[in-house]
Design a protein. Structure first.
Length: 153
């Protein structure tokens, strides 16, 4: 496992996180990049209360806002409308998640580089990658474990 993750969300890093399929997995690569920054970034963003060995449910409780709906039965639309906390990560767009990490590039320059890497496919930087069903987040954590970034117990 890593001890530090200090990579910017460059087209190459995002493509690497998407296993060479950035066009199909753009939102996932953004989520995985954010998760790696959360687990291994400087400063360490992990709350002290998160157990060393945690479940997806444990993680959700610390990663999302306390007001974020936790039901596994909710749809994406329900999650988008039922989370009242405008500061919850589910409310953050791709642009908001990456803009401070891509300096000195502007968001337009970064967007163009990503579009070029994806063969001209236009990305939607106003999308909210974490406004998704909880199964998706669970699958992202499993993906990180499969790649060796997290240890599955």
């Amino acid at each position: 496992m890593l001890s530090e993750f200090s990579y910017s969300p460059t087209p190459e890093i995002l493509d690497w996180l998407a296993l060479g399929r950035l066009g199909d997995r753009f939102n996932r690569s953004i989520r995985v990049w954010v998760l790696l920054k959360y687990f291994y970034g400087k400063p360490n963003n992990l709350p002290a209360e998160l157990p060393k060995y945690f479940t997806c449910i444990d993680f959700r409780e610390y990663f999302f806002s306390p007001q974020h709906p936790l039901s596994d039965r909710l749809t994406v639309e329900q999650i988008k409308t039922e989370c009242p906390d405008k500061n919850c990560i589910c409310k953050k767009s791709v642009k908001e998640l990456v803009e401070t990490a891509i300096i000195p590039l502007s968001i337009k320059e970064w967007e163009q580089k990503i579009t070029d890497k994806m063969g001209g496919e236009v990305i939607k930087i106003q999308q909210r990658p974490f406004a998704t069903v909880h199964r998706t987040i669970r699958d992202d954590l499993k993906y990180l474990a499969k790649l060796g970034w997290l240890k599955k117990i």
